[in-house]
Design a protein around this ligand. Structure first.
Ligand code: NDP
Length: 314
């Protein structure tokens, strides 16, 4: 068992757009950041195909390539990028202690949390197999590929309603697959989807299988009240049943909302623990875009830099 504690100036946890942007800014400010990549180096964008809405890539870019570019840019200014998963933290009494892979302990002057969130999936084999080939968890990212076509979206919350309205502007027909007889979404969002003529809500409906060999060709659903099956001929299948922020390791250490999103002070990335900053999807359940995550990553680095300067550490 290792006992030595490594001291670092600025520790960044997570390697999506938020973490790498924080790293670029922190490194250029001379904070010598150390960044741990976590379980999924590059984050959620590594499981998408084309990214067409990130400014600066006029011809689009593949998600994995974009994240390699982010990493390269962070390393160019001296970020120490490491494999490893944070397994526990201790932020009590002013400590910023972080244990990686259960064995390596670091003490950081400032910590930036950018652990992101993961989309929830239905758990169907066909959904997994066709992910990126017609199955998506982000309408804003992928809806454009289905313009003029028919699509289905699962879920009845604000995200599903917002994404269904977004898809309705692009697609010919949008089926909303809702497992109960009502929507969970706010009233205003419910009204919006109910009044759009090309959205059809399928109540009491569950998805049994996404159809297609190499690309989605349809979805088999059933009415849960009588088991009646139905095949929807769609080219896109969107899952919008919620996200799970990857923040379990900070339970009891950082203030979170009831869904586990880290609470930050309005207009900043400061958490309730001095010297610990949070950015990206770990603290954002509304926007969840690469560009907004990158924006808050920049904010976190600037906040950390200011904090260290005020402490006289940097
Ligand atoms: P929610 O948890 O609010 O809604 C999830 C939806 O998915 C529910 O309708 C739920 O059904 C359904 N669902 C869950 N699991 C399954 C499953 N296995 N099969 C079928 N359906 C399933 O998640 P959201 O992402 O919509 O929203 C998260 C939070 O973010 C909310 O607080 C929301 O208000 C907020 N938000 C706000 C926005 C805004 O203000 N503009 C935009 C987006 C989100 P059931 O109801 O039966 O449980």
């Amino acid at each position: 068992m290792e006992t030595k504690i490594e001291k670092v100036n600025c520790l960044i946890i997570g390697s999506g757009p938020a973490g790498y942007t924080a790293a670029i800014y922190a490194a250029r400010a001379g904070l010598k950041p150390v960044l741990y990549q976590g379980l999924q180096p590059g984050g959620q964008l590594t499981i998408t195909n084309d990214v067409e809405n990130y400014p600066g890539y006029p011809d689009g870019v593949m998600g994995p390539q974009m994240m390699m570019d982010f990493q390269k840019q962070a390393e160019r200014f001296g970020t120490d990028v490491r494999f490893g998963m944070v397994t526990s933290v201790d932020f009590s009494n002013g400590a910023h202690k972080v244990v990686v892979d259960g064995v390596h302990t670091l003490q950081a002057d400032a910590v930036i949390v950018s652990t992101g969130a993961s989309a929830k999936w239905l758990g169907l084999e066909s959904e997994y197999r066709l992910n990126g080939h017609g199955v998506s968890a982000c309408a804003v990212c992928d809806g454009f590929f289905y313009r003029g076509q028919d699509v289905a979206i699962v879920g009845g919350g604000d995200t599903a309603c917002e994404e269904a309205s977004y898809l309705a502007k692009l697609c010919r027909k949008v089926y909303m697959i809702v497992r109960r007889g009502e929507l969970r979404a706010s009233r205003i969002m419910q009204e919006r989807v109910k009044t759009l003529p090309n959205i059809e809500i399928l109540w009491y409906t569950e998805t049994d299988e996404v159809l297609g060999d190499h690309a989605v060709t349809g979805v088999r659903v059933k009415d849960v009240r009588n088991g009646q099956p139905r095949v929807l001929e769609v080219q896109g299948f969107f899952v919008a049943i919620g996200h799970q922020p990857n923040t379990a390791v900070f339970n009891g250490q950082l203030q979170m909302d009831e869904q586990g999103y880290i609470v930050t002070e309005k207009g900043s990335t400061r958490t309730n623990v001095s010297g610990v900053f949070a950015c990206g999807d770990a603290q954002d359940k509304i926007y969840r875009q690469a560009i907004t995550a990158a924006g808050t990553g920049c904010m976190a680095a600037l906040d950390a830099e200011r904090y260290l300067a005020e402490k006289g550490i940097h």
